[in-house]
Design a protein around this ligand. Structure first.
Ligand SMILES: CC(C)(COP(=O)(O)OP(=O)(O)OC[C@H]1O[C@@H](n2cnc3c(N)ncnc32)[C@H](O)[C@@H]1OP(=O)(O)O)[C@@H](O)C(=O)NCCC(=O)NCCS
Length: 157
């Protein structure tokens, strides 16, 4: 599995991957609009194609994972990308890694909790506020579950 850091050479392909997956480079978390088009991260490539991507930002001693996407599930892509981000956080001297997911994303809640992350905060009806910035956020999320709340997870390093 070839993992590359996002750089000038692959930035266009990374942005195209995000747009195919999410239809926009703008992500809204805790009421903040974040441009994934300038975020750091790593991608997994198969030939010339990107098949997985993790993006993050580092503020002070915290890394925040902004997105994690795997096109071919259960092949170890998500784990490899997460491990790469953990190694980056440690080398940058971070004390913890944070991320926000939504109440409908049971796959992500399962994935992260099995990898040392714990739920630390709950933002009730955060999606209602997020829709004021990004009205296209759907009302119904994964598995037909109403998309309403943000859940923050943390892994201490
Ligand atoms: C969450 C997500 C990133 C996981 O990615 P993934 O590539 O399926 O992750 P992995 O393959 O590393 O791990 C998934 C499972 O497959 C298993 N697996 C890994 N390699 C495997 C292989 N070669 N054969 C069979 N199973 C394998 C892992 O053990 C893991 O199971 P576990 O969680 O019970 O330990 C993916 O489901 C996804 O893109 N979801 C949509 C976007 C999203 O919700 N992102 C997270 C919000 S930030």
């Amino acid at each position: 599995m070839e993992i590359q850091r996002i750089d000038r050479a692959n930035r266009e392909a990374v942005d195209a991957f995000i747009l195919r997956r999410w239809f926009t480079l703008q992500m809204v978390v805790h009421g903040e609009s974040i441009d994934l088009g300038s975020a750091d991260g790593f991608c997994v490539c198969e030939g010339s194609e990107i098949i997985g991507l993790i993006t993050y930002r580092i503020t002070g001693s915290e890394m925040e994972i902004l997105s994690l996407d795997s096109l071919h599930e259960s092949r170890g892509i998500g784990t490899a990308l997460l491990n790469e981000a953990i190694a980056r956080a440690k080398s940058a001297g971070c004390a913890c890694i944070l991320l926000i997911t939504t109440n409908d994303n049971l796959a992500a809640l399962r994935f992260y909790q099995k990898r040392g992350f714990d739920m630390v905060r709950f933002y009730r009806n955060a999606l209602h506020e997020a829709r004021k910035i990004k009205p296209e956020i759907p009302l119904i999320g994964a598995d037909g579950i109403p998309l309403r709340h943000e859940i923050e997870l943390e892994r201490i390093l």
